[in-house]
Each structure stands twice: as C-alpha cells, then as structure tokens.
Design a protein around this ligand. Structure first.
Ligand SMILES: *Cc1c(COP(=O)(O)O)cnc(C)c1O
Length: 393
C-alpha cells in the first residue's frame, strides 16, 4: 500500500508552512497589484506588503530593510553578488576566492567567471569539512574583489568560521559573500555579528515558497554592485523585473516565524539528530559521520554506511523515507559528490552516503522509524554483497 514517505530531506527543500500560505493567498487575487504601480491603490497595497516583508527578512538577519534585495531565489542572489562585485570592482582586479565545498551555484558562477578572464582560488577544507582561517587569509590578494564562503554546507551541514573569515577579508578590503541558505532561520545568523558584506538567502529552505530569495548588500561600509538585470529599475536598481509579490510576502512571513521558533527548535532537532545517530550506531557497524559534528547545523546528519551502494540504498528506501544520497543536484548521476571528494572520503565508502535533513514536523517516532528502516535495509544490502564490506577499491 502506498503511503506518503517520511520526509527527511529538509536540506533539499521544506514544505511551505500553512500560515505562510495564508499570508500569501490574498496577493494572488484581491491584492494582485504591481508593487511598482505608483498611481493607484492596487500598487500601493502591493508595495506596502513588499516593504513589510523586507523588514521581516532584514530583522531575521540583523540587517536594515534597505539592504535587502529580493530575487528569484538564492541562485540569482549568488549570481548578482559575485558577478555584480566583479563588474563593480574592475579597477581593483579580477580575482575571486572560494571554497571547494560550496554549492554549485557559487562554484559554477566562479567557473564561468574564470572563462571570462577572472582568476579563482579555491581553498580546500580539512577532514572535518571546514576551511582553515589562515589558509583562507593566505589566498586573499591585493586584486581579490570578493570571496565566497557558505555559512552552512547543504550536504554535510558543517558551519564555517564566518566571523573570522570576514575579519580577514575586511582587513584587506575584500568583500565577503556568504551563501547563508542553509543557516538562515535555522541557526542564529546576524550580518553585523558576522561582519559579512553580502549574503544570499532562499525562502524554500525555511518553510517559505520556492522561486523567491534575497541578497543582503551592506550599506556601511558601502558595497556597490553592478546590476545583472536592467529594465524597470526595481529593487533599488539592482534587480530589475516585476517583484514576485505573493512570494515575497510568503518569504517575509516565513522569516518572521523562523525568528520566533528558532530558539526552541534548535535544541529540539539537535536532540532528534543525536537520537538518530545513536540509533544507527547501536544498530549497525561501519557507520561514519561526514564532517564535524560540533560545528554543524542541528538538523543535519550525513552518514556513510561501509559496504553499501548508495544508489541501491536510496532505491530500497524510496517508498518509505525521503532522504538524499548527498546533494539533490548531484543525485541521479554516479559522479561522487564534490563535497565528499573535498573531504577526502574513501572511494568505496562514499557510495553509501545518506543525508538526513530533519525539520519542524519531524518527531521522535519518525526518527525511530528511520533507524529501524535503515538498519534493516543496510543489513539486507550488505548480505547481498558481502564482498565489499570494509573493502578497498
Ligand atoms: C538550495 C541552495 C541554493 C540554491 O537556492 P535556490 O533558491 O533554490 O536557487 C544555494 N545554496 C545552497 C547552500 C542551497 O542549499
């Protein structure tokens, strides 16, 4: 009998909170105005709603409303941050610094920029998945225009020392962009406490709708970007195009709710995550955690099961539990995840990787069910292919 699988893939996306849906609905119909229409009440009402959402998002991250630029998602925000910085700082140089475990939205943007004549330094991570501050600082040069380091990794949940990295950048006049998609709304994230210059966010990773995100652009000291879309001059001239009013309203509502629930939710999901790891290690041998457990999102666990094919495991679980074999973007291909490669994880081991992303709806009963399922399937797959257990290619 087909029932809905247990969803433990909240790093890929989150369900939209019903209260967020309620907040959005009026902006599809009665209040459908274009926020840029200055001549009538339909436009004024939409514009008011967008400005309320701007304050809500700004408040979640310790920014001023003027520093928030709404976009179609984090991918667009990242593109605007990096390409916009390169184009605005041509007189300084054309060098970028990033990290090996960044999201593809960052890495592929850097790759394209390098084809267009920029130089890019990609700093490696240690076995814990973290970037070393001194190693990062050593990569910064007088012609470095922007550096990009994610706050939390989407596969292994590892948190980077952003405040220290920002200090190193500030001392050298380098702008620091952080992809904060997985951190915002889940752990404390404050642009002033961290000292970042640019930060990207996505609503659908924090119980808001898909297709809306934001870029934080620091006003003091001033960060000036070159827009990457032009036309109507919306979003302070940085992102032309009619604003997605219902989406932005939903993002604002999701940000306000995350701000309220964060303090209680963090220890709750951390306890469930610890219960998951304890359950798996009690039931199975050959379970390894990828990345630092200490410097980590409270709702993420990435484990590798020795001697198990990752895709076979995913297939055997798919009807009952929704997890990921790593990054959603890399699944489907047999390519090893670039994050696992950067960690130096063993070639045989890495195919048994499972990313668990816990969420607001996850209960202790869900965790216990996940442990039972995983233990059963891993044991069965190992019995089918015993030869690779603990083996090396
Ligand atoms: C999901 C994700 C993105 C892309 O966000 P979209 O809004 O879907 O474009 C970027 N970075 C990280 C770390 C992500 O998890």
């Amino acid at each position: 009998m087909a029932s809905t699988p247990l969803y433990l893939d909240h790093q890929a996306t989150t369900p939209v909170d019903p209260r967020v849906v309620d907040a959005m609905l009026p902006y599809f119909t009665g209040h459908f105005g274009n926020a840029a229409s200055r001549q009538h009440a339909f436009g004024w009402h939409a514009d008011d709603a967008v400005e309320t959402a701007r304050h809500q998002v700004a408040r979640l991250i310790g920014a001023r409303a003027k520093e928030i630029v709404f976009t179609s998602g984090a991918t667009e925000a990242i593109t605007l941050a990096l390409r916009g910085a390169v184009a605005a700082r041509r007189d300084r140089g054309a060098h970028l610094v990033t990290v090996a475990t960044e999201h593809k939205a960052v890495l592929d943007t850097c790759l394209r920029l390098s084809r267009e004549g920029c130089s890019v330094t990609t700093v490696p991570v240690d076995g814990d998945g973290r970037v070393d501050v001194d190693r990062f600082a050593a990569a910064l040069a007088p012609d470095t225009v922007v550096a990009s380091v994610m706050t939390a990794n989407n596969e292994i949940g590892v948190l980077h020392p952003i405040a220290e990295l920002a200090k190193a950048c500030r001392a050298r006049g380098v702008w620091l962009h952080t992809d904060a998609v997985q951190a915002a709304g889940h752990v404390p994230f404050d642009v002033e406490a961290l000292g970042v210059d640019l930060a990207s966010f996505s609503a659908h990773k924090m119980y808001g709708p898909k297709g809306v995100g934001a870029l934080y652009v620091r006003r003091s000291p001033r960060v000036t970007l070159e827009p990457q879309t032009v036309g109507g001059g919306q979003e302070q001239g940085l992102r032309a195009g009619t604003v997605n009013v219902p989406g932005v309203v939903g993002f604002g509502a999701a940000a306000a709710m995350a701000r309220e629930s964060l303090a209680a939710e963090m220890p709750r999901v951390a306890a469930l995550r610890d219960r998951l790891l304890a359950g798996l290690t009690a039931a199975l041998d050959g379970v390894a955690v990828s990345g630092s457990l200490l410097h980590r999102l409270p709702h993420n666990l990435h484990v590798r099961f020795a001697g198990v094919d990752g895709e076979a495991l995913m297939t055997s679980l798919a009807d009952e539990i929704a997890v990921s074999s790593g990054s959603a973007c890399a699944s489907g291909s047999r390519e090893p995840s670039h994050v696992m490669t950067a960690l130096g994880v063993d070639v045989v081991d890495r195919w048994g990787a499972v990313r668990f992303g816990l969420g607001r709806g996850t209960t202790a009963a869900d965790i216990d069910r996940a442990v039972t399922l995983l233990a059963e399937r891993v044991t069965r797959l190992r019995a089918m292919a015993p030869v690779s257990v603990g083996g090396r290619a």
